[in-house]
Design a protein around this ligand. Sequence first.
Ligand SMILES: [Zn+2]
Ligand SMILES: [Zn+2]
Length: 250
Amino acid sequence: MQEEPVNDHLGGREREKVQSDADALRSALRGGRCPICSVLKTEEFDLLCKWVGWTDPEKQDAQTGLKFPAIFCNQHFWELAEVNTSQGNAAVGLKLLQGAAELLGDHAAFSQGISGALSHLRLACPLCSPLVKRDGELVQIICEWLQTAPDKELLLGSRGLCLPHTSRCYRNLQDPASKQALLMSLQQQIRQLIQELESYLVKRIPALRPQRTPDEERAPLRGIEKLVGGRHLPVGVSELGDWSSLEWPG
Ligand SMILES: [Zn+2]
Ligand SMILES: [Zn+2]
């Protein structure tokens, strides 16, 4: 039976976007990072920059549809504060606190407690929300790769996905052979990391440190990423690294 071309159902513009996502994922794979975490990190910063200096309450974000002020999650609020101007931070704080004061002045809302009053403002984080959507699109591309040469070989022969993304892809895959191939490559990647970390520690004495290979130097942070995903995973994705849900090959 002839294999159906991947994404054959997509229109031209959408196909172009998938192609550009695939190129970004391939490039991240060659860098030894979890490709999905890597692409999300870049996009997270681009999204964050859109909110810098944002003070117009009537302006609506084209991508998220959210109006200012929106409530950011803890991580993104602090990240925004770091790149924002002090005037921008002041304007953000002022708008949010004015909104909160208004709601707290409403006796009915106040009677539900502060969290009840603030729930009107507590929209999905304007960064997490689009990033979760993007995460789903990128997971879909990786799942298609797992069923198509040569990207399948590229992925399985790389340093692979972090555990949360392995878990996400695993759950999306229908084909048992692809599921098994994904987990077997994860086992291999973990074995390699263990060897590199052991070697890194053996070479901890100053005389041996120059003998560490580039992969050994990267191993401590690679190990953390493998376990919990990249630093910038959106809320809701980072909690998915559940080892117990994976059916390991015998
Ligand atoms: Zn990842
Ligand atoms: Zn967030």
